[in-house]
Design a protein around this ligand. Structure first.
Ligand SMILES: CC(C)(COP(=O)(O)OP(=O)(O)OC[C@H]1O[C@@H](n2cnc3c(N)ncnc32)[C@H](O)[C@@H]1OP(=O)(O)O)[C@@H](O)C(=O)NCCC(=O)NCCS
Length: 302
């Protein structure tokens, strides 16, 4: 859902609540015209996103922008996956405006848009106190790895038999395995990933048991999602994709419970931070297959 409607959203304050102690801030629906301002905010916050990365999230999301006059001073996106699940992401308030309730206002707007869906997000240390106050609970840690791969032959020797590049005809099988792993239908996201990057498959016999995607993002390229039955399969998928990008700056966001963090660090992708995966609202249906997620499409999209 791309929100091109920029009418003002009259949620500013609840009846009886004191207005913000600053110039009036309007919340408006986000469209392409706000992306330069959003990009400036994310750069100021030290985030690596390019305009294209913002545009990709917006194309899947309903976004809200806090405007002081014409200046973007806050952002948030609610990305729905069907009627049962959503992520909230790109939550940023300009450094000079923090601590005055604007983050909460943006989150309230996103949560209203989220409706009855289960809502997930990845919290930074800055965001954690706000999300806890809003009723989110931590589920696990996400480790952000990035860097340039080590070239040592011994480290690069994981066999990648069973791997091949995905073709258009594989899309349904990829979407099925993704849904088995996560319990949600992410076809709109997967279409975008296939359009903007490349996908690779792992076959065992005739069965597709996992896949991985590679695309440009931020300072370089990102590998994710990676979906597989076990860590060994995930390493095979990652190795196949890594081997195609010697010398490139790569990023992988991996859930700590998957156990791949030390392996990624040994390959030269240092752990540089991460976040806490949090959830709120009704639980989505439990995943149905042995497959699980070993790398995120991004911290915004899960
Ligand atoms: C996270 C962020 C959006 C919060 O925005 P903000 O406008 O400062 O938040 P608010 O002023 O609305 O604060 C909301 C609540 O969280 C609390 N809070 C915010 N930051 C806090 C902190 N560091 N420690 C403790 N409590 C904090 C506030 O006390 C407030 O509680 P209240 O509503 O009960 O009074 C902002 O710090 C930011 O942009 N950080 C950089 C980007 C980032 O990391 N974003 C989060 C991505 S997951």
């Amino acid at each position: 859902m791309n929100c091109a409607d920029t009418r003002l959203i009259h949620d500013a304050t609840k009846p009886g609540e004191a207005p913000m102690d600053q110039d009036m801030i309007d919340l408006v629906a986000c469209d392409e015209s706000h992306l330069d301002g959003a990009l400036r905010l994310s750069r100021e916050a030290g985030w690596p996103h390019r305009r294209e990365d913002w545009a990709m999230v917006l194309s899947l999301s309903q976004g809200f922008i806090a405007l002081q006059g014409d200046t973007v001073v806050g952002t948030v996106m609610m990305t729905p996956f069907g009627t049962g699940f959503a992520t909230i992401n790109m939550v940023i308030v300009a450094a000079t405006m923090r601590g005055r309730g604007l983050g909460r206002r943006l989150m309230d707007a996103a949560l209203r848009a989220c409706g009855k869906r289960e809502c997930r997000l990845i919290a930074t240390a800055d965001g954690l106190p706000l999300y806890e106050k809003l009723g989110f609970r931590g589920t696990h840690e996400i480790c952000q790895h990035q860097g340039i791969l080590r070239a040592d032959a011994a480290l690069a020797s994981i066999p990648t038999s069973g791997m091949e590049w995905a073709h258009a005809g594989d899309f349904t099988a990829i979407a099925d395995i993704d849904r088995q792993a996560l319990g949600i239908d992410r076809r709109p996201l997967l279409h975008l990933l296939a359009e903007t990057g490349r996908m690779a498959l792992l076959r065992e016999g005739n069965r597709i048991v996992g896949y991985g995607a590679l695309r440009q993002f931020g300072r370089g390229e990102v590998i994710g999602p990676v979906i597989a039955d076990n860590p060994a399969q995930a390493q095979t998928i990652l190795s196949f994709l890594m081997d195609t990008r010697p010398g490139a700056f790569l990023r992988v966001d991996t859930p700590l419970p998957g156990g791949l963090s030390p392996w990624l660090a040994a390959r030269g992708l240092a752990e540089v931070g991460g976040g806490i995966a949090m959830r709120k609202g009704p639980e989505r249906p439990a995943p149905t297959g042995p497959a699980q997620s070993f790398a995120l499409a991004s911290q915004a999209l899960g």
